[in-house]
Design a protein around this ligand. Structure first.
Ligand code: PA5
Length: 471
């Protein structure tokens, strides 16, 4: 599909981050200019890091021609031969597939009749709640299901548990044919899943070394599930590439991700420790979830790059417009000045519903009649922006001309680059996650994984819980 770049260019409106709009809580041109050296250093660090170390994700829009063809061919076969497609993964190996599915596919995709869906029913199992696993078996037929096991490390307990359960069921039902129901997406040269895949003969896709979980949506982690449900993955990559090109400008005023990172960094310095993401589109609900992981795991760190101690980060909060206007906006408007709110708006919704007449005798209801639902949701977004700005609360708005594969690619790349720039400004390692590893290792120790005796002993010596505090 062809996309018109100019028409689909995502816009970021920073007006309500400026003192001119928001009063003394906002920033002045002079304050922005005072960060020139830090901004130049952050831009240089990110630019120099591109494609190296854990920044392999910057090259994904450019270097996947062969793998994209393989994914498209595989997805075609899956659509032909299977009625269900189930992703087994967690964290970065699940949030991107969920976000893209919700953003692009019909909002009740699984409930559509088969001829309208044009693809298998789609599920992402990103937990180890036994009730949910059992519930899955009540709605799928494993003999008609393709399972995509996704884990970069190839050893995450949750994903490998799901794999073990599925593999057992498939082998009991299908014997040697079980292998035709599992695709492994994992690291090519480390971890257990690749070894298991080779032994069992699974089709495999690889997660490049320099692509960490939360930066992996644009590699086979996200592209295969997306292609299976007919998402135009080439469009996704084209949009990401277009955003990457715009964000390669060293001029902070012309580089949306760099300016967004700088403003967030300046806000953090003033104690704004919460980043609220509030899309006004149900399709983007899970982009807010995906962003929450990206922002939290990347920036929540207790060490600076030079090894000195710190406790940095900004807590992401997921919110949905307009639904959460009736739940959280009271706090955002009148509560503490500790947040930056990011609205996401859409110029043209993909469907339109007119609000009919029918209440002529009731002017306080009748005023809605004759408008459309997109007029209403847009008015509510603008009204909430206005109310928060009037209350002196920092906010900015990302506008998508329309939500499609191209603009979703732009949005994902924008957030990944913004995160990389923010981490560089903060002087931390954006790409590690030692806090997550600690929990993973403790789980291995508790469940008896070989090689974790020391961790087991450490846990045994940790302070024990006292009954007097459990009432
Ligand atoms: O961003 C990350 O690296 C993590 O959130 C991982 O995605 C998550 O822990 C799952 O890891 P894996 O893909 O190795 O199973």
């Amino acid at each position: 599909m062809r996309y018109n770049k100019k028409e689909l260019r995502l816009r970021v409106d920073f007006n309500n981050m400026m003192s001119k709009s928001v009063g003394h809580e906002g920033f002045s041109e002079r304050q922005i200019a005072s960060y020139v050296e830090e901004v130049e250093a952050a831009f240089a660090a990110v630019t120099a890091g591109r494609g190296k170390g854990m920044m392999g994700w910057t090259e994904l829009p450019y270097n996947q021609d062969d793998v994209v063809e393989d994914i498209l061919a595989t997805a075609k076969q899956i659509r032909k031969n299977f009625e269900y497609f189930v992703v087994l993964g967690i964290g970065g190996s699940a949030l991107g597939p969920i976000a893209a599915f919700q953003a692009i596919c019909h909002l009740h995709y699984n409930d559509l009749p088969k001829r309208k869906r044009k693809g298998p029913k789609f599920y992402v199992e990103d937990n180890v709640d036994p009730e949910r696993m059992q519930a899955l078996f009540d709605v799928i037929d494993v003999e008609k299901t393709m399972f995509n096991v996704i884990t970069k490390s190839g050893s995450t307990s949750e994903t490998m548990t799901q794999y073990l359960i599925i593999n057992d069921i498939l082998k009991k039902k299908l014997g040697d044919k079980a292998k035709d129901h599992i695709i492994a997406t994992t690291s090519a040269n480390s971890g257990n899943l690749i070894k298991i895949a080779q032994k069992e003969g699974y089709k495999t896709f690889f997660i490049p070394d320099g692509v960490g979980g939360r930066f992996s949506e644009l590699c086979p982690v996200g592209l295969l599930p997306a292609a299976v449900v007919n998402i135009d993955i080439k469009g996704l990559l084209q949009g990401a590439r277009y955003m990457d090109e715009q964000c390669s400008n060293p001029n902070v005023k012309k580089n949306p991700a760099l300016l967004a990172a700088l403003m967030q960094y300046m806000a953090m310095k003033r104690g704004k420790n919460i980043s609220v993401m509030m899309p006004y589109a149900d399709g983007l609900k899970f982009v807010a979830d995906w962003y929450a992981q990206l922002w939290a795991e990347s920036l929540g760190k207790n060490k600076n790059l030079d090894g000195t101690a710190c406790n940095k980060g900004q807590t992401p909060v997921k919110s949905l417009g307009v639904t959460d206007q009736h739940s959280q906006v009271q706090l955002y408007a009148e509560g503490p000045f500790d947040k930056v709110i990011t609205f996401i708006g859409v110029d043209n919704y993909r469907a339109e519903v007119k609000i009919p007449d029918g209440c002529e005798d009731f002017p306080n209801v009748n005023f809605l009649c004759g408008h459309t639902m997109s007029e209403l949701i847009t008015a509510e977004r603008k009204a909430t922006e206005y109310a928060l700005t009037k209350a002196g609360k920092l906010n900015h708005t990302i506008m998508l001309p329309v939500l499609n594969e191209f603009t979703l690619g732009e949005l994902l790349m924008f957030f990944m680059l913004k995160t990389a720039y923010a981490g560089a400004l903060m002087g931390i390692d954006t790409f590690n996650q030692p806090g997550v590893e600690e929990g993973k290792n403790a789980t291995y120790a508790l469940l008896g994984r070989p090689g974790y005796d020391e961790k087991r002993a450490e846990l045994a010596n940790a302070p024990q819980k006292l009954n007097k505090y459990i009432i």
